[in-house]
Design a protein around this ligand. Structure first.
Ligand SMILES: [Zn+2]
Length: 600
């Protein structure tokens, strides 16, 4: 048995950036008497798919007192060391060449890792102190490299290589680490130091604007959850941003987030306009920051603790991802970073996206949450016809709950009150000594009724467990917002989503019930010609403009290199095109609208 103060010790070195290798040395002072078991997580919290990180471990070996210790592999990510005395030392390399926020990446320009990709879990000693010595690569070329992480320093100066510490394994793997010659942006939010490290070349980055805008977002969310004390749940917070040519993604952690974005989305000096790219980036920052409360501390019961060996099923991701998606853009509006028409434009886009696929009529957001591991995270060409997103529909569920509560309590209560109650009861103490235990579906539902004084089971049945379209049009009308389908243009359509493959036009998705489906075309088919005229990736829309809905066209397509011919009846464009507009009256609805959009 290991005592509380005993430590598990890791040393990690970017030993060969050109070959993308980290070398890790793990020292276990008191290995288990009957043979120490170690394993690497199969998934990383926040990204609900089994990724089998252990496949990137190379040359794992063990020794004790200078002698080799035999390792037995028990399964794809677990090993047992033979019984030995004294400190057990494990050495291995990790291949780090995954350019995402989920794993590890290393080359001559920077290094990045999540603990789930590099630190073996020492079974039976998860709750002791975990100490990590983070070393730079060898050579003058790396003299400027620094470290950015929210992992607390033990014997290291801020942003320097040295020794860092976590109080247990769960904490160790919740602080990703960036190393390199990054730009550093610093600001405070309600007294708590925040920083953003930007890796990748971004000419003329407007650091002052970025700091000012992020301050607004962070302060707004801290005040949202703790309106009286404005107390943030962490001592400091780090945004790790990797700027690339084209990319988008984020992963939340308890005191940091790892982001990937397009460099064009970051603001340049001398440009003050709110571009779509920058707005998208701020929305991403807002989303991941909101997770600091919602999913990193308020958690589904099955995540407390995580079982990192296999899938952890929860029907609640609509609450943790969907509601976070609802509040990410709403925060931009409430802080004045975007205006109400822009916000409603984003909302309309989400509504139209959800209504596009027939999968929404087959899978509820609770089911989508449960099956995230095998469906949402592993989408194929049939996804629009088979599943619904707990992100996008989940955010509309949040909207419907928020508006319903505001309307039925005459503006006295809102979803904000429910979120704060979830925070106080299940989140605030999560990492304290007594520890948190997460929240169950039944507790979530009960809390909604308790906080609002309403009976919301019918709404849960409809919106969370049901597959019928949400009654948003009527609800928005009560808030003086018009939801109207733009006049149909009669524009002819194949009811497909296409993608460019080389210069060819390939069908990415064929929407159920649409023109292409009716004619027998399939996702993966390469369109070749329409009425004898060549179709390319760039001219399909132009060709279609010569026709009207109801016209029959002859379509040639390749499937497995075989030429097939289809007679296709063109449909009128069926993709929903709702837009949302603010109305001037009635007064009662305007009062509700103000409360919603301004957060009161
Ligand atoms: Zn999220």
């Amino acid at each position: 048995m290991a005592s509380r103060r005993q430590a598990v010790h890791y040393r990690i070195v970017p030993v060969d950036p050109a070959l993308h290798l980290f070398e890790v040395t793990l020292t276990i002072a008191s290995p288990a008497a009957d043979g120490q078991i170690v394993s690497l997580p199969a998934w990383i919290p926040g990204s609900y798919m089994v990724r089998e990180f252990a496949r990137n471990i190379i040359q794992l070996r063990a020794e004790a007192s200078g002698r080799k210790v035999r390792l037995t592999k028990l399964d794809k990510h677990t090993w047992r060391a033979a019984r030995c005395d004294g400190p057990l030392v494990l050495m291995y390399q990790v291949y780090a060449w995954d350019l995402s926020v989920r794993a590890a990446h290393l080359d001559q320009t920077h290094g990045f890792f999540n603990g789930t990709s590099v630190f073996l879990q020492v079974h039976g000693q998860e709750s002791v102190r975990h100490v990590v010595d983070i070393q730079p690569p060898e050579g003058e070329a790396y003299a400027q490299w620094r470290v950015a992480t929210s992992l607390p320093e033990l014997k290291a100066r801020r942003h320097r290589f040295g020794t860092y510490v976590a109080q247990n394994y769960d904490e160790l793997i919740d602080h990703p680490v960036e190393m390199g010659d990054f730009e550093l942006i610093r600001f405070e939010a309600h007294g708590v130091p925040h920083e953003m490290a930007v890796t990748g070349r971004v000419p003329n980055l407007d650091k002052i604007r970025l700091a000012a805008d992020l301050t607004k977002i962070c302060e707004s969310q801290i005040a949202f959850f703790e309106p009286n004390t404005k107390k943030a749940p962490m001592d400091r917070y780090v945004f790790l941003t990797l700027a690339v040519g084209d990319g988008y993604g984020g992963l939340e952690h308890r005191a940091s987030t790892a982001l990937i974005c397009a460099r064009a989305d970051l603001p340049a000096l001398g440009q003050s306009a709110m571009t779509e790219g920058y707005r998208t980036f701020l929305g991403l920052c807002s989303h991941e920051y909101f997770h600091t409360w919602n999913v990193k501390r308020i958690k589904p019961a099955v995540f407390a603790p995580y079982d990192l060996r296999q899938e952890n099923y929860t029907p609640l991701l609509w609450l943790f991802e969907g509601f976070t998606s609802y509040y990410d853009d709403l925060t931009l509006l409430r802080t004045g970073l975007i205006d109400a028409p822009t916000y409603l434009g984003l909302l309309a886009k989400t509504i139209n996206g959800v209504l596009r696929g027939s999968g929404r009529l087959k899978q509820s957001v609770a089911e989508s949450s449960f099956d995230a591991w095998t469906k949402y995270y592993r989408q194929d060409e049939n996804a629009p016809n088979a599943i619904v997103s707990y992100y996008t529909k989940g955010s509309l569920v949040a909207l419907l709950f928020d508006l319903t509560i505001r309307r039925d309590t005459r503006g006295r209560k809102s979803l904000d009150d429910v979120m704060r109650a979830l925070w106080r009861r299940y989140g605030r103490q999560f990492y304290s000594e007594d520890g948190g235990r997460g929240v169950t579906e039944a507790e979530v539902e009960a809390l909604f009724d308790e906080v609002t004084g309403l009976h919301l089971k019918p709404l849960f049945d409809l919106a969370v467990r049901g597959t019928r379209d949400l009654p948003l049009q009527d609800m928005l009308a009560a808030f003086a917002v018009d939801m109207t389908d733009k006049a149909k243009t009669g524009k002819p359509s194949l009811d497909v989503r296409t993608k460019k493959v080389g210069g060819d036009c390939q069908l990415a998705n064929v929407y159920e019930g649409g023109a292409a489906h009716a004619a027998g075309l399939s996702a993966g088919d390469t369109l070749v010609a329409m009425d004898g005229i060549r179709v390319s990736a760039s001219n399909l829309d132009t060709l279609l403009q010569r026709y009207r809905a109801g016209h029959i066209v002859s379509v040639h397509a390749f499937r497995r290199d075989e030429l097939l011919t289809f007679d296709l009846v063109l449909h009128a464009e069926s993709a929903p095109q709702f837009s949302l507009t603010l109305k001037e009256k009635p007064l009662g609805a305007l009062r509700l609208q103000r409360g919603w959009l301004k957060g009161r």
